[in-house]
Design a protein around this ligand. Structure first.
Ligand code: SF4
Ligand code: SF4
Length: 288
């Protein structure tokens, strides 16, 4: 998809006309901290929020509400005639829209998808509303803490993938010349998040999505760092005694599966990531 790169000083028709157009027919992925924030806003347990309002095991907000005039269903959090029922806790994707955020070479850039300003599609009236700079818009939407959460979870993704690498490269598995591990890693990159969730299984999924820490704006980094530790500990406990190369191979695949599932939740492209990691493993002696 072509995107339009933006500078912070760019002035765009970023005053929302509040018609709720973009709360219909969209895909909103959630990282575990965002999921916890939404549940807190709704004043229900995270597991309940996930069951009632999410798909793909809990990383995608469900859009199953009343259809708009174009036939697009409303987000499960949208109330007709009122708007977003979780406005204070809404996720980064909702805060950013119509903008997006891309990370390239460790640097975040703001964009909008396509070459025509996205709001013009359903809300052409924005042209008559005050223009705002990208910087001012982001401040108004309070994106900064949510961006920190996104970046911190990207590091968790890498940490989980690192365990998959260690199991493949540091256990003697790579020396057997086996090819199944990398073949499976690559396939996982194009496996749907729903199937990944099913394959991951309840114990890991619960650890990944419901870390059971209180979420608030002040503790985002602490929340994610504790979550990271919890996941690392679970991996240590589960993989402390692997008895043969088949078990090691299965463990490496499981960690890659979990890393790619979380990658999808944080808006990364699992297919590109899987291909990249396969190539890195090959450079380190693994076979495909
Ligand atoms: S499409 Fe743009 S103007 Fe319309 S409701 Fe969404 S953010 Fe507001
Ligand atoms: S969470 Fe709120 S802002 Fe985001 S799509 Fe749903 S209703 Fe709209």
């Amino acid at each position: 998809m072509i995107s339009t790169p933006l500078k912070l000083n760019d002035e765009l028709p970023l005053t929302c006309s509040r018609t709720g157009t973009c709360c219909h027919g969209k895909q909103v992925f959630l990282n575990p901290w965002e999921l916890a924030c939404l549940a807190k806003e709704k004043q229900i347990p995270v597991q309940t929020f996930s069951e009632l309002y999410c798909d793909f095991g809990g990383i995608l907000l469900r859009f199953d509400g009343k259809k708009d005039k174009n036939g697009f269903p409303a987000c499960s959090q949208y109330i007709d005639g009122f708007g977003c029922s979780v406005h204070q806790g809404r996720s980064l994707a909702c805060r950013l829209f119509p903008l997006g955020r891309q990370i390239q070479n460790g640097e975040a850039n703001y964009i909008y998808e396509g070459t025509s300003f996205p709001c013009l599609n359903g809300c052409p009236e924005v042209l008559n509303l005050p223009r705002l700079s990208v910087r001012k818009y982001l401040i108004g939407q309070e994106t900064s803490i949510f961006e920190k959460a996104q970046d911190a979870y990207l590091e968790v993704v890498q940490n989980l993938a690192d365990i998959a690498f260690e199991l493949l490269l540091d256990t003697g598995l790579v020396g057997t010349g086996e090819t199944k591990t990398l073949q499976t890693w690559r396939k996982l990159g194009s496996t749907s998040p729903n199937n990944l969730a099913l394959q991951i299984g309840k114990e890991w999924l619960d650890a990944l999505l419901f870390p059971d820490f209180d979420c608030n704006r002040e503790n985002v980094i602490e929340f994610i760092s504790q979550h990271n530790e919890k996941l690392q500990q679970l991996a240590q406990d589960k993989f402390a005694e692997l008895n043969n190369f088949d078990e090691i191979q299965a463990a490496s695949v499981q960690m890659m599966r979990i890393a790619l599932y979380l990658a999808k939740a944080v808006g990364a492209n699992p297919e590109i990531l899987a291909e990249y990691w396969v190539e890195i493993a090959k450079e380190n002696g693994a076979c495909e």
